[in-house]
Design a protein around this ligand. Structure first.
Ligand code: ZN
Ligand code: ZN
Length: 270
C-alpha cells in the first residue's frame, strides 16, 4: 500500500467533492499527509486529520509565499499546536526563487526560524525548494550537519527538482526526497536519474494534490489516488517491481513522519 506524503486536501479546489476524493484515497492508499502552508490553515489541517484518524496526518508550516508572516512568536504557537498526535512534521517551509515575490533574505530568515522551531519540538521538516538549491544545501548544512538524529531522516525535500549532486547532498544531510507528478513526464529523465542515484532508501512518494498532476492528467487537478502513477514511473526508473517500490517508499514515509506500523491507528502511534 502506498503513502502520499504531501497533499493539500483543504485547498478550495477540493471543496466540491472532498469526501469522495478522500474515499478514493482510502480505497488504495495506506495514509496521506495534509500539508498546511500558513498558520491560518493549521487548525483546519488538524481538524481534517481528526476526521480521518490514523489515515490523514498533518504538518504545520509557513510556505515561502507566506514567509513575511514569520515572527518568533510563531515558534511558541507551533509548540502548542504540534503536541496534537495528528501533527507529524513542520512544513512546508523553504525557499522559492521561481515565482515568489518575498525577498530572499526574508524567506531565508523564516525558513531557518521554522526549522529551528521544528528542532525545538523534535519534529522533522517538509522542505519546499524551487530554483534555490544553491542556497538550500548550505542552509541545511548549517541547520542539520552533525545534529543527532532521533529518526532516520531530519525531514524531506518535497517535489525534489535538483541535480544528481544536490540529491546526494540532501540525502547525506539526513533528508528524504519526494517524487511526484513531474517524475512521470517523459522529458524528465535527468530528474529520475538524480533520484535513482540518491537511492531507494531515500525515496518517498507524493502528489502535492491538487497541484502536480502526473502525465495522464496534465493540466488537470490531481488527487492522492494518482500517486500510483509516480510509483510506476519510479519502479521502472529503479528497475524494481512495483511491490518492492511500494514497500520501500511506504517504509521510508513511516520512518520520516513516525507513523505507526501498517494496520495500527493512533492509539499505538502515540
Ligand atoms: Zn511545495
Ligand atoms: Zn505542497
Amino acid at each position: 500500500m502506498l503513502i502520499d506524503t504531501h497533499v493539500h486536501l483543504n485547498d478550495p479546489r477540493f471543496d466540491p467533492d472532498r469526501d469522495e476524493v478522500i474515499a478514493r484515497a482510502a480505497g488504495c492508499l495506506a495514509a496521506v499527509v495534509e500539508i498546511a502552508d500558513s498558520p491560518r490553515e493549521w487548525d483546519r489541517a488538524i481538524a481534517l486529520s481528526r476526521k480521518h484518524p490514523g489515515f490523514i496526518w498533518c504538518t504545520l508550516g509557513l510556505h515561502p509565499y507566506h514567509a513575511a508572516e514569520w515572527r518568533p512568536e510563531l515558534a511558541r504557537s507551533l509548540e502548542e499546536k504540534s503536541s496534537a498526535a495528528e501533527v507529524v512534521a513542520v512544513g512546508e517551509i523553504g525557499l522559492d526563487y521561481a515565482k515568489c515575490e518575498v525577498p530572499k533574505p526574508v524567506q531565508m530568515e523564516a525558513f531557518k526560524g521554522m526549522a529551528r522551531a521544528a528542532q525545538g519540538v523534535g519534529l522533522p521538516v517538509v522542505v519546499h525548494c524551487r530554483d534555490a538549491y544553491g542556497d538550500l544545501v548550505p542552509a541545511l548544512r548549517e541547520l542539520y550537519e552533525g545534529l543527532p538524529r532521533s529518526r532516520r531522516f531530519h525531514g524531506v525535500v518535497h517535489c525534489f527538482s535538483g541535480s544528481a549532486q544536490e540529491a546526494r547532498a540532501c540525502v547525506g544531510l539526513g533528508f528524504a526526497l519526494g517524487a511526484d507528478g513531474p517524475v512521470t513526464y517523459p522529458k524528465n529523465g535527468p530528474l529520475r536519474e538524480a533520484l535513482v542515484g540518491a537511492g531507494l532508501g531515500a525515496l518517498v512518494l507524493e502528489t502535492d494534490s491538487p497541484w502536480l498532476p502526473p502525465q495522464s492528467k496534465r493540466g488537470k487537478r490531481c488527487e492522492p489516488a494518482d500517486v500510483a502513477e509516480a510509483a510506476r514511473a519510479m519502479a521502472a526508473a529503479f528497475g524494481v517491481g512495483e511491490d518492492e517500490l511500494a514497500r520501500a517508499t511506504s517504509r521510508n514515509a513511516r520512518e520520516l513522519y513516525g507513523l505507526p506500523p501498517a494496520g495500527q491507528g493512533l492509539s499505538s502511534g502515540g
